[in-house]
Structures are given as structure tokens and as C-alpha cells.
Design a protein around this ligand. Structure first.
Ligand SMILES: Cc1ncc(COP(=O)(O)O)c(C=O)c1O
Length: 416
């Protein structure tokens, strides 16, 4: 199988060079060139439409990153964008007082999310996970936190500890997804001082294979939270309005005390939510100051209401599961046909192709080659992050992607 031709990313590299003199490291966080494959991926994008992206050099891609999760419908979804533009142009969106949309959205969440009784609205996922921990601490009067998964960039949970005094995270303990025994052991020691267990109810640890809950895992966590009087928080930033409208808790039938939502709720516009049981949520009104200049801005609310309307009206999630299941089944077939150590994990709306880790470390080369072939062919996946399927991925997109995956696997088979 012939190696695909390298992309011309001259303009991306020029802009990046300039950026390095203007922004520390050129770009921040998970958008750095090192988070993809240096020299192969574009660094700056120009436009997006539906399931397609175009970079600043004019290279076109079918995209499977979906803006790292918020794009559930597609890029530039007219109805959502028009609703937001109308609000901005005809009424305004940044005022001194709260706009009425909060009630409408809170009512909708009560209908859709099993744990939802009261809601507060913020902007980012990190705002919301941090607010949920503060609420749990205020409600229980306890300090410690058990965590499982990525919960954002704030002091208590970020992986890179630079610049953070240890006291900000030394009461936070980590357990692994589907390892109930690890949580049991931690709770046996710290249970009586623990305020919250926060976890992603579907397993999507950074850079690792994705996992559905094993039998009894989520129920076991729920039982432990009950036993020790701890607030159970499901971080559904990636899974709500994607696995099910009401998140993984709806799919797996285990209800937390608090739920954190963001990303797909508004198809790219900034809004996040903590929603949950009345008695825990009420701590936010009585004892906490949770406020930010931009929290009440209405663009996120308007986008969320319109996105939810479309998700319900067009049975979007059913569409994604249906075509995604077929797509994943075909990928599985290809992985059998080309046994190069590639593995598929996840479920139709969010899935990940990783490589079996052998001691020799050869999997790193395979991963690099596989994703290099894909990006060169015009398919935007990340070697270090799972993929998403959106409403606007067409059958043709997915069939073209299957062909590219097959060619990339064939390339690996010859090389390794
Ligand atoms: C599960 C989860 N929680 C929290 C966050 C943090 O959200 P944000 O990046 O909007 O601050 C993310 C972001 O990727 C996430 O995936």
C-alpha cells in the first residue's frame, strides 16, 4: 500500500511561528502540535461546515473530533446559529441582570436528565465540575473527594500540577474506571471525611481505551456513596446529549445526586450546567458565591434550547447510534482483516482506535503511522483522543472513512 502524500501545511507553520512570539508556546493546552503529530497535522483551521473542516492552507478534512465534543449536530448548524444571531442582533445578550432563558432550560433539563431537580448555569465544563465539588463540600461539611476521569483544568483536578500548591489537591484521591475495589479501599480509609465521588459514568480516560461500566460497577459506586453519605457527581460533560439526551445515567440506569453537563448541549456555544437534587443544589443559594460576569449571557442558553429542540425533533441521537453502530461494525471487520494490533473501543457516538501496548513500544510507531496516513488522506482523528460522530456525518463520509482506515491498516500491515 502506497504511503499517502504529506499535507502542505506551510501557512499553519507560518502562523504558528508568529504565534510563538505572541502566545506562550504558540497555542495552549490540547490544541498544541504535540497533541497531534508534529509536522503532519494543521495547526490552524479556517472554516467548518457540517462534518467538514478546512485548514488555513486549504486542506479539507472529514472531522471526527467535533471541536473536542461540543459539535453534536455539525459545524455552522444554521438553525442554531440563526437563533443566536437573532438574540444578539435583535435583543442583546450581555446584560446586568439574568435573562428569562434560565427557567426554560432548567425546566427542559428536569424533563430530560434523571437527576435534575434544580440547575445552575455556568460557561465551561471546568466551571461546572469545580462548582459541583464546592456544593458537595458545603452540603456535607466534609473535604475529601474521590475522582475518576478528566474533570478539567482547575487546581483540584488538573493532571499537570505546575503552579498549584499541593494543599489544593491533596484531599483529592483517584480511582480507576471499573475498579470498584479501588474505590472501596479508599472509602474504607477516607469515607467519613469524603464530600464527593466525582466520575465519568462512561469510561473515557485520557489516551486510554474507552470502557462501558462492568456489571454492578455504577450501582456499587452508588451504594458506597449512600453508605458514607457522600454526594455522587456524574461528570457528563462529554456524554449528556450524546449517549442519551439524559446522559450515561439514562443509558445505564444509575442516578447520581449531581450531574455536570456541557459540550454537546449547545452545539459549540459556551454553557455548562450543574443540575441535581434539591437539597444538595440548595447549598449554592445559601452558602456559596457562584458568579461570573459571563455566566448569564444568553447566547449559550439560546443555543442550548435550539440544539435540544433539534435533537428531539430530528431524533438525532438515534440517527448517530444507528449509523455509528454500522460504522463500528465495519471497522471491527477491518481490524480482523488486518491484524496489526489496532483495537476499537467505545460506543457508536464516541469511539477510539488505539494500539495494543507491547513492551517493545512499537505500538507508538504504529499509532503514529496510522493517524499520519489518515490525516494525510483528509480524515481528522487524533492519536491521543477518542473520536465522535455527529448528526451531519453522512453515509458517504463514513464509507470514505472506512476506505481510508482500510488503506491505513494495509499500510501498517506491510510496514510492521
Ligand atoms: C469529562 C470532562 N469534564 C470536564 C471537562 C472540562 O471542560 P472544559 O474544557 O469546558 O473546561 C472536560 C473537557 O474536555 C471533560 O471532557
Amino acid at each position: 500500500m502506497k504511503e499517502a502524500q504529506k499535507l502542505d501545511i506551510t501557512k499553519s507553520l507560518e502562523i504558528f511561528e508568529e504565534a510563538c512570539g505572541l502566545v506562550p508556546g504558540g497555542v495552549l493546552g490540547a490544541r498544541r502540535p504535540g497533541d497531534f503529530i508534529k509536522g503532519e497535522y494543521p495547526i490552524f483551521l479556517e472554516t467548518g461546515e457540517g462534518s467538514h473542516l478546512t485548514d488555513v492552507d486549504g486542506n479539507e478534512f472529514i472531522d471526527f473530533l467535533c471541536g473536542y465534543g461540543p459539535i453534536i449536530l455539525g459545524y455552522r448548524e444554521r438553525e442554531v446559529d440563526n437563533a443566536v444571531c437573532a438574540q444578539i442582533k435583535e435583543k442583546g445578550f450581555c446584560f446586568t441582570l439574568t435573562q428569562k432563558f434560565q427557567n426554560e432550560l432548567a425546566k427542559k433539563l428536569k424533563e430530560l436528565v434523571p437527576s435534575s431537580q434544580l440547575s445552575i448555569f455556568l460557561k465551561t465544563g471546568s466551571d461546572a465540575t469545580t462548582a459541583s465539588i464546592r456544593m458537595a463540600r458545603a452540603f456535607t461539611g466534609k473535604i475529601k473527594v474521590m475522582r475518576c476521569g478528566y474533570h478539567g483544568w482547575h487546581d483540584w483536578c488538573v493532571e499537570m500540577k505546575g503552579g498549584i500548591p499541593p494543599k489544593f489537591y491533596e484531599d483529592v484521591f483517584e480511582f480507576h474506571y471499573n475498579k470498584l475495589d479501588e474505590l472501596e479501599e479508599l472509602m474504607a480509609i477516607h469515607g467519613n471525611e469524603t464530600a464527593a465521588i466525582i466520575m465519568t459514568p462512561f469510561g473515557h480516560p485520557n489516551h486510554e481505551k474507552m470502557q462501558e461500566p462492568g456489571p454492578g460497577f455504577l450501582e456499587g459506586v452508588r451504594d458506597l456513596a449512600n453508605k458514607y453519605g457522600v454526594v455522587l457527581v456524574f461528570d457528563e460533560i462529554r456524554t449528556a446529549f450524546r449517549l442519551r439526551m439524559g446522559g450515561a445515567q439514562e443509558l445505564y440506569g444509575v442516578t447520581p445526586d449531581l450531574t455536570v453537563l456541557g459540550k454537546a448541549i449547545a452545539n459549540g456555544y459556551p454553557i455548562s450546567v450543574v443540575t441535581g437534587k434539591k437539597e444538595v443544589m440548595s447549598a449554592a443559594a445559601d452558602r456559596l458565591f457562584i458568579s461570573s460576569t459571563f455566566f448569564p449571557n444568553s447566547e449559550g442558553f439560546v443555543a442550548a434550547l435550539k440544539t435540544i429542540e433539534i435533537l428531539e425533533r430530528d431524533n438525532v441521537l438515534e440517527n448517530i447510534w444507528e449509523k455509528g453502530d454500522r460504522f463500528l461494525k465495519n471497522i471491527r471487520g477491518l481490524l480482523k482483516k488486518y491484524p496489526v494490533g489496532a483495537e476499537l473501543s467505545g460506543v457508536a457516538p464516541m469511539f477510539y482506535i488505539t494500539f495494543e501496548k507491547e513492551e517493545s513500544g512499537r505500538y507508538k510507531g504504529k499509532r503514529k503511522d496510522f493517524y499520519t496516513q489518515l490525516i494525510r488522506k483528509g480524515f481528522f482523528f487524533s492519536p491521543y483522543h477518542h473520536a465522535y460522530i455527529s448528526f451531519r456525518h453522512t453515509e458517504e463520509d463514513l464509507n470514505m472513512t472506512l476506505r481510508a482506515i482500510e488503506e491505513s491498516l494495509a499500510f501498517l500491515k506491510e510496514k510492521y
